[in-house]
Design a protein around this ligand. Structure first.
Ligand code: ZN
Length: 122
């Protein structure tokens, strides 16, 4: 992958899709600034739909389910924190302009396992 050498650009960009802050409605930054990574609302939507695909099979509820108090069940999935950690490493590599093929492979691997795993893994 070849990213243009434009890290000095002043406008912030999503570390996933590289859209600039101006072209998305929300850009969320990583909790740590070492190095700072960003994700936009569009990429978050994609992540959420990927995660929710896993639930879809066992639930036949209508599209707009408002989850009130309970945390998302996938958040308590044992692989969820590993997936997030892998995504974080991937974003970090990407934001540094380092080849992130390995990190991406790990993200993909964990995501596949998470989606295949039965709901109640201990
Ligand atoms: Zn994005």
């Amino acid at each position: 992958m070849r990213w243009p050498n434009a890290l000095k650009a002043e406008s912030l960009r999503c570390s996933f899709c590289r859209k600039s802050q101006d072209s998305v409605s929300k850009l969320i930054s990583s909790p740590s600034d070492y190095p700072r990574a960003y994700i936009c609302n569009e990429c978050i939507s994609v992540c959420v739909s990927v995660l929710e695909d896993d639930r879809g099979s066992s639930e036949t509820s209508d599209a707009n389910v408002e989850v009130a108090d309970e945390p998302h069940p996938l958040l308590s999935h044992p692989l969820a924190s590993r997936l997030l950690a892998a995504v974080e490493r991937w974003v970090r590599q990407e934001s540094l302009g380092i080849d992130s093929a390995e990190e991406f492979a790990e993200v993909r691997d964990i995501a596949v396992r998470l989606m295949r795993a039965p709901g109640a893994t201990k």
